[in-house]
Write a protein that binds this ligand. Structure first.
Ligand code: SF4
Length: 209
């Protein structure tokens, strides 16, 4: 298992060198915009979010500018307008100039869950954290041969495994790459024949050899 962990980590980081996506929210230093992006990405594809995110950042450069508008309705093109309430909560929190960096700080905001808190910390605040979402579960279960189950979202053993595999250095790039790899290669219909990880992949060995 340990050898496979090292192989997986190395291959994902190698893959990232040529394939990582430069989405607009990945390069911004504005925590307000980063948090909005993560909420927009809940259940909406990244390429759809991109256009709406750019529009949002121009309209609302700060939490105050957002709170000054009576009915912002920024989610009408993304669906799920209830996410507007989460954005409002974030704007109030940031306006109070609260320091947000510990996971617990983010989880206090209604609508921000474990994945979102970990994504913001690791990918935008450069603090090591472990992301687990549907894409990540799919990639790990296929490659390592875990039994697929919705319980994995909250399974302590699985979390410990994901924590162990997340590198101590380069965790930011690793997490970006894991999401991109799950979307582009180990997607719901996986592109195994072109996958650089196939040599040691459990799913590949079971289905193609
Ligand atoms: S070989 Fe297929 S199942 Fe395995 S990691 Fe690659 S794309 Fe995913």
């Amino acid at each position: 298992m340990n050898q496979n962990i090292e192989y997986f980590r190395r291959k994902i980081l190698e893959w990232s060198k040529e394939n990582i996506y430069e989405f607009t929210w990945r390069t911004t230093k504005n925590l307000w915009h980063v948090m909005v992006a993560e909420i927009m990405l809940q259940r909406t594809r990244a390429n759809v979010v991109e256009k709406e995110f750019i529009k949002f950042t121009k309209l609302y450069p700060t939490p105050e500018s957002y709170l000054n508008v009576e009915n912002p309705n920024t989610f009408k093109n993304l669906g799920l307008p209830e996410r507007e309430k989460i954005i409002e909560q974030i704007a109030w929190t940031l306006q109070k100039k609260k320091i947000l960096n510990e996971k617990a700080h983010f989880l206090e905001i209604k609508g921000v869950g474990n994945y979102t808190a970990a994504a913001i910390r690791s990918m935008h605040l450069n603090m090591r954290d472990t992301i687990i979402d549907g894409n990540v579960i799919r990639v790990y279960t296929r490659f390592f041969g875990f039994e697929k189950s919705s319980r994995l979202y909250t399974d302590k053993g699985f979390f410990n495994f994901a924590e162990q595999i997340t590198p101590k250095k380069n965790f930011r790039r690793y997490n970006f790459a894991l999401l991109d790899f799950g979307r582009e290669v180990c997607s719901p219909v996986p592109k195994c024949l072109n996958c650089p990880l196939r040599r040691k992949c459990y799913y590949y060995q079971r289905n193609f050899l």
